[in-house]
Ligand binder design. Structure first.
Ligand code: SF4
Ligand code: SF4
Length: 68
């Protein structure tokens, strides 16, 4: 599969509610240690679904080069 050019990036203000993980079609998000959402760059396709449901608005969809 061709890699997406975009990827979800979670900001420090994440409150670990888990909403993003529940809607991700690729199961790319884990709530690490119950503290913060963590995106697996191998799975994320930058679809933006997580950003749309985040109640804290801390997810940005960014260029892959910015985070890898
Ligand atoms: S939906 Fe937003 S606040 Fe909730 S776990 Fe995901 S990134 Fe964090
Ligand atoms: S952008 Fe899409 S694939 Fe990537 S973590 Fe968010 S919901 Fe999952």
């Amino acid at each position: 599969m061709t890699a997406s050019l975009r990827i979800a990036h979670v900001g420090k203000e994440c409150v670990a509610c888990g909403c993003c993980a529940r809607v991700c079609p690729r199961a790319a998000i884990q709530i690490a240690w119950g503290i913060s959402a963590c995106v697996d760059p191998e799975l994320c396709v930058g679809c933006r679904k997580c950003a749309q449901v985040c109640p804290a608005a801390v997810i940005d969809i960014v260029e892959r080069e910015a985070v890898l």
